[in-house]
Unconditional design. Structure first.
Length: 148
C-alpha cells in the first residue's frame, strides 16, 4: 500500500511538473511515507493528557517537563492549566492534577507539585486500559505504562 502511494505521488508530480523518477527514487519516497505513518501511529497511541497545576506557572512547567521525561512514549501532554477557572471542560484521555478535581470525563490522577515515585506509579496504575485511537490508523495499543 505504501509503495502504491509513492507510485501515485510520482505520477502526480510527473504530470504536474514533468519530472521523471527512477525506481530507487520511488522507493525513497515510499520509505519516507512509511516513516511518517509510523510516527503518526505512535503519536495516536499516546494518551492525550492535560496537566492541571493551579500554582506558579514555573512549577506547572516543571511538573509538565518531569511528566514528559517519565512518560514520553505514553502521554501526549496537550495542555497545561494553571488556573482552576475552566477546568470543567477539559478534553483529554487523562488528567494529571495537583489538586482534586471532580466532574471530569477523563480519569484524574492527583500528584504532588514535585512528584514522588509514588505519584509516578499512580499515573502508571490509573491510566485508562483502552485509550481511543485518534486517527484512522487502527486501534491504539492497550498496554499499561511501564517504567523507562
Amino acid at each position: 500500500m505504501i509503495y502504491e502511494l509513492a507510485v501515485y505521488i510520482r505520477r502526480e508530480i510527473q504530470r504536474a511538473e514533468g519530472v521523471r523518477f527512477t525506481e530507487d527514487e520511488i522507493s525513497f519516497v515510499a520509505m519516507h511515507i512509511g516513516a511518517r505513518l509510523e510516527v503518526q501511529a505512535a503519536r495516536a497511541a499516546r494518551l492525550r493528557t492535560v496537566v492541571v497545576c493551579p500554582a506558579y506557572h514555573e512549577m506547572a512547567t516543571r511538573l509538565r517537563e518531569r511528566l514528559e521525561r517519565e512518560f514520553d512514549q505514553h502521554l501526549d501532554i496537550t495542555g497545561l492549566v494553571t488556573r482552576l477557572h475552566g477546568v470543567d471542560d477539559i478534553d483529554a484521555d487523562l488528567v494529571i492534577s495537583t489538586v482534586p478535581l471532580s466532574g471530569q470525563d477523563a480519569p484524574v490522577v492527583v500528584v504532588n507539585v514535585f512528584p514522588t515515585w509514588k505519584d509516578i506509579e499512580s499515573v502508571r496504575a490509573d491510566q485508562p486500559h483502552h485509550p481511543q485511537p485518534r486517527s484512522g490508523l487502527g486501534p491504539a495499543p492497550t498496554t499499561r505504562l511501564s517504567p523507562p
